[in-house]
Design a binder for this molecule. Sequence first.
Ligand code: GTP
Ligand code: MG
Length: 201
Amino acid sequence: MKIKTAEFVVSNSDVAKCPNSRLPEYAFIGRSNVGKSSLINMLTGRKSLAKTSGKPGKTQLINHFLINKNWHLVDLPGYGYAKVSKSSKKVFQKFITQYFSLREQLVTAFVLVDIRHEPQTIDLEFMQWLGENGIPFSIIFTKADKLKPKAIERHIGHYKTILLETWEEMPNYFVTSSTKIIGQEELLGYIDELNGNMELS
Ligand code: GTP
Ligand code: MG
């Protein structure tokens, strides 16, 4: 799929105020600093559409981006960032879970995990929560440029082993790098396919 237009629409912390449209949408979620905002920029080929930072906690709101005038990409705040105050952390968690519970336009969630790290409890718990709530998701391994191909294979194999302790099968997954532009075609192709299933023009 070719990205012809990519526009910022709105930021907010209230799911009820998200765009009142029936367009299909896709949300990026994962720990702070995993590369959610960078991936949105990589996918759309727009360097600073979503705000990124080397410091965790950059994205603090629900951000809607309108792509090709007919679907939305959603950048969300990270979870599991210990440095935000306890009270604001709770607010994040509440509106993140509210977003996923209430947003009927959501076609699928993309849970981002850093390919370099051991499976993290918070990510596994979030996937579990999505599963229990019937919300479809794919895993996106980020920062693949940081590992050699053999190590990528090994890390994914290990992730599979851990997931298969609780899941019947390995969820759909993608390997990406925003700096080296890896996984762009695969991800956009997948979204295109899902959009097609929703009979978009
Ligand atoms: P929050 O908004 O804080 O939740 O973070 P985020 O998940 O949106 O992460 P963001 O895209 O802001 O990126 C965090 C850091 O990781 C930045 O310093 C990025 O440059 C870096 N980064 C993101 N993607 C990649 C990647 O594919 N490869 C490498 N090497 N660095 C990346
Ligand atoms: Mg961000």
